[in-house]
Design a protein around this ligand. Structure first.
Ligand code: G3P
Length: 212
């Protein structure tokens, strides 16, 4: 699978979020590979189109109630989301918050992808039994060198350390980056700038799909 994280990029907001989701769906349909879009919370409804799965970028460890500004598992489920990232490097959570959010997501049958910055964290966080761990070295996020190129041995260690399936991300831009990640034992990749900032989004997502 490929998870396309829209982050809070201006290229992926409002109507542009919908266009991006449509291109991801087209790439997925043309290649037969699973592509998941992960828009910011304000664009979840814009990207909820038939034929593509939508993930939230975060779920807070709270139930519906007096929690101004919070994103709840119940709320995103009702908005049509099928899973969520948790603990992204740009949205770090405390261990007990990660555990509580996973439990709330499980109650609402949401797939959980918990981000981890090191093989040690992959080991620790996989004990909370999310559906996936996503290994992303923070220093490579948003850059031009991919994790699979720069740290193949660390990806292997992350896969060995986790008790649940592993995805990887950071700097992923080419079919080769995806192929290498899969070869090292990952089930898929997370990508943001490589797709969101691509001149030709459809071509880019199709190329990445071909590496799966
Ligand atoms: O969640 C994916 C992300 O952190 C990787 O970002 O821009 O390096 O693909 P990027």
């Amino acid at each position: 699978m490929i998870i396309v994280n829209f982050k809070a990029y201006s290229e992926a907001e409002g109507d542009k979020a919908r266009e991006l989701a449509e291109k991801c769906r087209q790439a997925s349909q043309e290649t037969g590979k699973k592509v998941i879009v992960c828009p910011s919370a304000q664009d979840i409804s814009k990207t909820s189109i038939d034929g593509i799965r939508v993930f939230s970028q975060n779920v807070d460890p709270v139930k519906p109630g007096s929690h101004t500004g919070s994103i709840t598992a119940e709320g995103v489920k009702k908005a049509g989301v099928s899973g969520t990232l948790l603990n992204h490097s740009e949205k770090r959570m405390k261990k007990e918050e990660i555990k509580a959010s996973i439990e709330l997501c499980q109650e609402h049958e949401l797939i959980t992808v918990v981000c981890a910055q090191s093989p040690e964290e992959c080991a620790q966080l996989s004990k909370f039994e999310p559906d996936y761990i996503a290994f992303e070295p923070p220093e490579l996020i948003g850059g031009n060198t991919s994790v699979s190129e720069a740290k193949p041995e660390v990806i292997e260690e992350a896969v060995r350390s986790s008790s649940v399936p592993v995805l990887t991300g950071a700097g992923i831009k080419t079919r080769k980056d995806v192929e290498k990640s899969i070869e090292l034992g990952c089930e898929g990749v997370l990508v943001a700038s490589g797709v969101v900032k691509a001149d030709n989004v459809l071509k880019e997502v199709k190329e990445l799909c071909q590496g799966l």
